[in-house]
Write a protein that binds this ligand. Structure first.
Ligand code: ADP
Ligand code: MG
Length: 320
């Protein structure tokens, strides 16, 4: 089968939005949405770097889509569609493409978006998937990284470190850490593995943070590194209380602070917004935890219960 047949058989049925023109043209054509801004984000996944390569094609597809949806979530955007660029190793067969498309179909249904277009090539290198996701927000409502203000509370959704622990499970090297104080969520190997393989983009939370959060980003490369990026962009500092960082039983503080692949939302909001958090959490079924405060200056400190600042050899995932 040629890539043209794969596109017609497996990808065209996923291109439900009229803008995709059934994948029968050179480009998609999206009508402007009055009163809305389009939010656009792109992410690439490479076999051996972002996933191990032994996952099912459906799980690989879902992760590739979800990491992009996580960026939309952090911006308060409502998903609309996505472009899919595939570089497939020469030995890729139809079964694999069918499984991959099925994974996309499931997640398109779950998160209400459509394939809009893409490109398909062969590669002598590893499987590489690049997705560009589009979402909408009311004009001007995107939540930026650079809006944090001194005095804001700092929050995270969900539990941190699950991605790193799940990667250890996938690699077969996970050991349950001794139970520590502050680690209150019980967890199974399967839960952690699923958290690593198919993260949950926090779209419902993101929508409700419009007009409330001053700044937000998704945590993909470790809290320590990502909060430094948010603070640098905003020109502020932060103090994070390590004991408040939500993590499951058996997940270490180091994994929660420096591990990648969590895809939770990190955001800041004025103290007056604190009363809203329980209701947002209740409505979305996602926990929201206050972990610290934005401060004047540029310093980002994570301190322990004794007030001693913690240092980690590697603050987060880096490619180079
Ligand atoms: P070109 O010759 O310009 O590269 P293609 O033959 O690659 O054009 O693309 C034809 C159509 O198929 C376009 O609408 C394109 O968006 C779509 N397409 C190609 N590959 C993919 C893919 N992996 N996912 C979704 N759409 C695709
Ligand atoms: Mg092409």
């Amino acid at each position: 089968m040629s890539e043209f047949e794969w596109i017609a058989r497996y990808f065209a049925p996923l291109a439900m939005h009229g803008a995709a023109l059934g994948l029968r043209d050179d480009a998609a054509s999206l009508p402007g949405v009055p009163g809305c801004d389009i939010v656009i984000s792109t992410d690439t996944l490479v076999a051996g770097v972002h996933f191990l390569g032994d996952e099912t094609p459906g799980d690989i597809a879902r992760k590739a889509l979800r990491v992009n949806l996580s960026d939309l979530a952090a911006k308060g955007a409502d998903p609309l569609g996505y472009f899919l660029n595939l570089s497939l190793p020469c030995e890729t067969n139809e079964n694999w493409v069918a499984g991959f498309a099925e994974g996309l179909r499931q997640d398109q249904a779950e998160f209400s978006l459509s394939l809009l277009g893409g490109d398909t090539t062969s590669t002598p290198g590893p499987l590489t998937i690049s997705i560009t996701a589009l979402g909408t927000v009311p004009a001007g409502a995107m939540i930026h990284r650079n809006g944090a203000q001194a005095g804001d509370d700092i929050y995270v959704t969900g539990t941190l470190g699950d991605g790193a622990a799940g990667l250890d499970v996938a690699r077969g090297v996970w050991r349950v850490a001794a139970q520590e104080a502050g680690s209150t969520f019980h967890v199974s190997r399967t839960t952690l593995l699923n958290r690593y393989r198919t993260p949950q983009p926090r779209l419902a939370v993101g929508l409700r943070l419009r007009g409330i959060a001053h700044a937000a980003m998704d945590i993909s490369d470790g809290l320590a590194q990502d909060i430094s990026h948010l603070c640098a962009a905003s020109g502020v500092g932060a103090v994070v209380d390590a004991a408040r960082i939500p993590r499951r039983n058996g997940v270490t503080l180091e994994q929660a602070v420096t591990g990648g692949d969590d895809y939770e939302i990190l955001f800041t909001a004025p103290a007056s917004a604190a009363v809203r958090m329980p209701e947002i959490s209740e409505e979305t079924g996602v926990s929201i935890t206050r972990i610290g405060k934005i401060q004047p200056g540029r310093e980002v400190v994570i301190h322990d219960a004794q007030g001693k600042s913690l240092h980690f050899a590697q603050p987060g995932w880096r490619h180079f």
